[in-house]
Design a protein around this ligand. Structure first.
Ligand code: HEC
Ligand code: HEC
Length: 490
């Protein structure tokens, strides 16, 4: 019975579609432009407030990389089996503010029809809770240590590959949640759904390295960013490199002075903040900007926003006497790299000794090619460093309490662990749980909840190594305690 009704409906829809197409042809381009390309500004509550703009504002990615709003809406309902856990998109560890229709880092904009895309805040917004019974605190420009980006990328491709991703199923679900005009329904059924499926499927080859059995999942809070750039921006054939890193914090970005030899990204592969922001935004757009001047104005806005932000203060008590003593320890043991002319510059890998996989994901040739791609778009920037990678940047440590887990690949859960010799650091732990641990200074990485919500990190897995950076590991226990107390104040 159900089946018959469906078939009859479909026969009628097809007829109507033909009629619509005739009308479309007659009315000409204006109508098609209106239905597919007209851009409506986002609402004032987003554009008028800097934090809201960072969290939900469009950077222009909806046009080429956007997903039609209603498809985005119904995918978790149709494919709950492909989610990493219960709870819809929340299961990806996105930061979700109460009362918002979309998670932080997801922008909604009308380009012909409402579309959803991502902005910087998806990977650059931290969340933490002080106690099990407290509300989460969200910190725009902090690292998204809970986000399971790997699972999110795979989810979209896996849905598109599934035969259940078809107009009948999607329209049935969409009609349960919204009333569309007959015309819009037809446009969804015959154009938007098939085109979206095709577009998502086209990403499969470029995402092939996410499906390799010999690579571990990235886990929450990590992103293999340089491989993304290689496979999407310069379309390199897949190689065997694999180097997911933590999401960095962006606050106080103005502290990086390229003129003093400072470099951006964990391995110092980019010259300056302006270039990194351009490249990050282009990655999100997935295509050349529609209008370079408009695009660069957005880049400038982002740069001034993140430069003006400051790291949030440590939310728990600090023993000031201990911290003052800890500053002396810091000055003697850490400042030579973290508060000196070396800060923000690349420290040779032989000196820091941390996992090298991230270095293998990028090289001089890739930099040349990526720079050429951006130049060909008519965008002028200092860009990626056209030289071999030799080590990792000694980062500024402001807000370090909120940047756990530590080291570029997030292989050391807490500051307490970082001051232990490699063999005494945890070999497995759960990352991506948002409860803060003021004892060890980092997030809680063990126990039932951390294991239920977080993803398991194995230091023995490719790209997960926790060796190196043994500075301060031979300090006395009281000196370590004092040093950690001082680090909380940064
Ligand atoms: C998909 C996740 C993701 C998105 C979206 C994203 N970033 Fe990032 N960003 C990263 C990761 C991961 C790194 C570190 C890459 C590395 O060095 O391996 C990074 C690095 C950076 C850095 C360098 C930080 C430092 O201390 O060296 C800046 C600046 C930056 N991103 C800005 C932005 C801006 C602005 C946007 C939006 C236009 C953006 N990012 C979008 C994940 C993301
Ligand atoms: C010889 C230079 C050098 C010295 C000395 C040094 N560090 Fe580092 N530090 C680095 C480098 C380089 C990195 C990045 C390594 C990586 O991510 O693989 C780093 C990373 C870190 C990180 C992780 C940052 C993050 O965002 O995850 C912390 C925390 C840190 N150092 C604290 C300290 C403390 C505390 C001391 C003193 C006990 C110290 N460092 C001494 C060079 C140094």
């Amino acid at each position: 019975m159900h089946h018959v009704v469906r078939t009859a409906c479909r026969g009628r829809s097809l007829l109507t579609a033909l009629l619509v197409l005739l009308v479309l042809g007659a009315a000409g381009g204006t109508f098609a432009w209106y239905k597919f390309f007209r851009e409506e500004p986002q609402p004032e509550w987003i554009t008028g407030d800097p934090d809201m703009r960072f969290k939900y504002g469009s950077i222009g990615a909806e046009r080429d990389a956007g997903i039609p709003y209603w498809i985005f809406y119904v995918l978790p309902r149709i494919f709950p089996d492909k989610l990493p856990g219960p709870g819809g998109y929340a299961s990806f560890g996105v930061v979700w503010e109460e009362g918002q229709e979309l998670p932080v880092g997801f922008s909604k904009k009308v380009v012909g029809f409402p579309r959803v895309a991502n902005n910087c805040a998806a990977c650059h917004t931290a969340s933490y809770r002080e106690r099990t019974d407290s509300n989460p605190v969200f910190v725009p420009t902090g690292p998204s240590h809970t986000l399971n980006l790997w699972a999110f990328f795979r989810f979209l491709v896996d849905c598109a590959k599934d035969p259940r991703f078809n107009a009948d199923n999607l329209m049935a679900e969409i009609r349960l949640v919204t009333d569309m005009s007959v015309l819009d329904r037809l446009i969804y059924r015959f154009l938007i759904i098939p085109i979206t499926k095709k577009t998502l499927l086209e990403r499969e080859t470029q995402f092939a390295w996410l499906y390799r059995e010999d690579f571990p999942p990235w886990g929450r809070g990590r992103d293999d960013a340089m491989n993304l750039t290689k496979y999407f921006m310069i379309r390199w054939p897949m190689d065997d490199s694999f180097g997911p890193t933590d999401m960095p914090s962006l606050w106080n970005l103005g502290k990086y002075k390229p003129e003093d030899g400072m470099r951006m990204n964990f391995a110092g592969d980019s010259h300056d903040p302006y270039s990194v922001i351009i490249d990050s935004a282009l990655g999100l757009l997935g295509a050349p900007p529609k209008d370079n001047a408009e695009f660069l104005a957005e880049v400038r806005w982002l740069q001034s926003y993140v430069s003006a932000k400051r790291a949030p203060a440590y939310p728990f008590a600090i023993d000031e006497t201990e911290a003052a003593r800890g500053k002396n320890v810091f000055d003697a043991t850490c400042a030579s790299c973290h508060a000196s002319a070396r800060t923000g510059t690349v420290i040779p890998i032989a000196e820091v000794g941390t996992d090298t996989n991230r270095l293998d994901t990028w090289n001089e040739k890739a930099a040349r090619e990526a720079n050429a791609v951006v130049r060909d778009m008519g965008i002028d920037r200092p860009g990626l460093v056209e030289a071999p990678l030799t080590g990792y940047v000694a980062a500024f440590l402001d807000g370090i309490w909120l940047r756990a887990p530590y080291l570029h690949n997030g292989s050391v859960p807490t500051l307490h662990d970082l001051l232990e010799p490699t063999a005494s650091r945890p070999a497995t732990f759960w990352r991506g749980y948002d409860l803060y641990d003021p004892e060890r200074v980092g997030f809680v990485t063990r126990g039932a909840e951390a294991e239920r919500i977080g993803s398991r990190h194995e230091v023995a897995a490719k790209g997960g190594g926790n060796a190196g950076h043994t500075f301060g590991t031979d300090l006395s226990a009281p000196d370590k305690r004092a040093l950690i107390e001082y680090l909380k104040t940064l």
